[in-house]
Write a protein that binds this ligand. Structure first.
Ligand code: ZN
Length: 217
């Protein structure tokens, strides 16, 4: 069996994403029934994409593909329009569930407001404005702030320190952004809900915000 990748290209020595290049090509191995060559560790070499694309096999494949179309056509079952629609709907539901579950979990931790929706761009614009005193605040990207239970969490970008610091002053919202805690007035919102049955949450929030600004002035 082919072993673990080292993450370094054998030709140019660059580290990062690598691929296995088969010295005796997979196509030839299949065609001639030598399937053991596919998994033989001595028949592969670890290359970065740039080097891999320049191997003879890859360049021949590209030339042939240009002339004849892809060598191996994947046969996929044709879906009826109903099946297509159902599949699309399921995908959408799955994605929505992911977001809802994540918001609920973060809300239990006390770091999210699921009923408010703010986008990442608006959030970071506010964040930069507020943190102007830190020269490097514009270098901070929201993807480094998403905690592990956020549906947009990205392990390679995640900074635990920045994320924890961020959650001290901000609350995650639907839409992938966050709201600064000093804008959140739970008591006023509570009162609005009591005095105006049926008021929507975003509307109550906006009213509470206006009232608290008036109070402050
Ligand atoms: Zn390389």
């Amino acid at each position: 069996m082919i072993g673990e990748k080292s993450g370094q290209c054998k030709i140019c020595k660059k580290s990062g994403h690598t691929e296995w290049h088969h010295i005796i090509s997979q196509h030839h191995a299949m065609r001639t029934g030598q399937t053991s060559l596919l998994h033989n560790p001595d028949n592969v070499i670890e290359l970065c994409r740039r080097c891999h694309k320049q191997t003879t096999a890859s360049m021949v494949r590209k030339r042939l593909t240009k002339i004849h179309g892809p060598l191996v056509r994947t046969v996929r079952k044709r879906l009826t329009p109903e099946e297509k629609r159902a599949a699309k709907l399921k995908l959408k539901r799955d994605r929505e569930k992911l977001v809802t579950d994540s918001l609920e979990e973060m809300s239990d931790r006390g770091v999210a407001l699921p009923r408010i929706s703010i986008g990442p761009r608006r959030t970071m614009n506010r964040f930069y404005t507020r943190n102007q005193k830190f020269d490097d605040s514009s270098e901070i990207q929201i993807k480094s702030l998403y905690p592990p239970d956020h549906w947009l969490h990205s392990p390679p970008d995640y900074s635990p320190t920045l994320s924890k610091r961020f959650e001290r002053d901000w609350l995650w919202t639907a839409g992938g952004g966050a709201m600064s805690k000093d804008r959140y007035k739970p008591e006023i919102i509570e009162q609005l809900f009591e005095s105006r049955p049926g008021i929507s949450y975003p509307r109550a929030f906006r009213m509470a915000w206006k009232m608290s600004v008036r109070e402050a002035n």
